[in-house]
Design a protein around this ligand. Structure first.
Ligand SMILES: Cc1ncc(C[n+]2csc(CCOP(=O)(O)OP(=O)(O)O)c2C)c(N)n1
Ligand SMILES: [Mg+2]
Length: 370
């Protein structure tokens, strides 16, 4: 059972030693050295994709980027607990989840370059596109989960959101509805300790996971920099959802090592000491130490991972720079499913602007007011 833990669930300590936690260790008893290496590889590669995307933004190739640096274990561990037919509803920082769902790395930057309204085909990977409206994905996930439940589909949905999002009405409504209607949804909160410049202590005076009980669902706190512990608790919550047990809430304690986005300067609101403290709990170093301690680390593996990282970074860079610019009027496509008079009018005005014909004084079409 997921229960209100006094301590976050942990299976591997920052120094790489295992923790004696039989109940949760049993949930990942099948995860042997090869799978641990695979988890390690996904964390290294997604960190590298993230670093490359940040560099691309600094070089003017992307408009904005929201780095995941530091949160690799929370994302990779939870994504590995999902099946292909489960559905993921994300925010804007879930690059590693997208990678693990099978999104081609060359698609990850498309929206951030302004080359389209989307990054990837959501239907191909059962995962929504980056979503900036903080907390809204909680409602989308709950609605989808409830519909799946009514259809008799034994799938789970998972909503990824941050600590700051827990202060949003959308998340509160989603938690209330999901608990009342037994919707098969996992609320996966990455508590990275900051909502832009707002520390988590200002969002809640209790651990975020404890809030789950007030809504009527189990909540668990997990060391979000421990990929095995995250995999364990997410497997448990997903199984509960899939087999009719209803929603759960996971609070993954992690840390955003970089800026909120490339438009942010974290040195203005947080101390170096805090960042250094979290650097010592790095999720990738921890698994490298575990592999070393247990005799599954060797130079050839290290070289292989380094090559893979170089390759994926190169792929992301060339794909990004090679993305064709969209036609300016694509801005108006897909706003609504069917034509809308206001959008039609705005499109016409924009075209006039682009072609140098002011046309601003022309009367709006019937039914449209300015
Ligand atoms: C509804 C809404 N309100 C405000 C914002 C502005 N905003 C963007 S990110 C953010 C902070 C979110 O913090 P958190 O939920 O902790 O996620 P994190 O960025 O740390 O991953 C805010 C307030 C927004 N995008 N949407
Ligand atoms: Mg946050």
């Amino acid at each position: 059972m997921l229960n209100p833990s006094e301590y976050p669930v942990q299976l591997v300590q920052p120094d790489g030693h295992r923790v004696l936690a039989p109940e949760h260790a049993a949930l990942v008893a099948d995860v042997g050295p090869e799978q641990i290496r695979a988890l390690y590889q996904d964390m290294v590669l997604t960190r590298r994709i993230d670093t490359e995307a940040t560099a691309l933004q600094r070089q003017g190739e992307l408009g904005l980027w929201a780095p995941l640096f530091g949160q690799e274990a929370a994302q990779v561990g939870s994504a590995h607990a999902l099946q292909a037919d489960d559905y993921v509803f994300c925010g804007y920082r879930e690059t590693a989840v997208a990678y693990c769902r099978g999104v081609p790395p060359g698609d990850l930057t498309r929206l951030w370059r302004g080359a389209a309204h989307h990054c990837w085909d959501p239907h191909a990977v059962n995962m929504t596109n980056p979503n900036i409206v903080v907390g809204s994905q909680g409602l989308h996930a709950t609605g989808y989960a409830f519909a799946a439940h009514m259809d008799g589909a034994d799938i789970a949905t998972i909503a990824y959101f941050g600590d700051g999002a827990t202060s949003q009405g959308d998340i509160a409504e989603a938690l209330g509805f999901a608990a009342s209607w037994c919707a098969p949804v996992v609320f996966f909160c990455q508590n990275n300790h900051w909502a832009i410049s707002e520390p988590v202590q200002l969002q809640s005076s209790t651990p975020l996971a404890h809030r789950a009980y007030g809504y009527g669902m189990p909540g668990v706190q997990v060391d979000g920099n421990d990929v095995l512990a995250v995999l364990a608790v997410t497997r448990q919550a997903v199984a509960r959802a899939r087999f009719g047990g209803g929603p759960s809430f996971i609070e993954a304690l992690t840390y955003r090592m970089g800026p909120h986005t490339t438009a942010d300067d974290p040195t203005r609101y947080r101390s170096d000491a805090e960042t250094e403290q979290w650097a010592r709990r790095d999720p990738i170093d921890r698994i490298r130490r575990l592999l070393e301690l247990e005799g599954h680390w060797d130079d050839e593996f290290a070289r292989h991972i380094a090559e893979q990282a170089d390759d994926v970074a190169h792929l992301v860079r060339t794909a990004t720079i090679g993305m064709p610019d969209p036609a300016p009027t694509e801005l108006f496509d897909h706003v609504y499913n069917t034509p809308h008079p206001l959008i039609t009018e705005q499109r016409r005005e924009y075209l006039e602007y682009l072609t140098g014909d002011p046309g601003w004084s022309s009367a709006p079409p019937e039914g449209v007011s300015r």
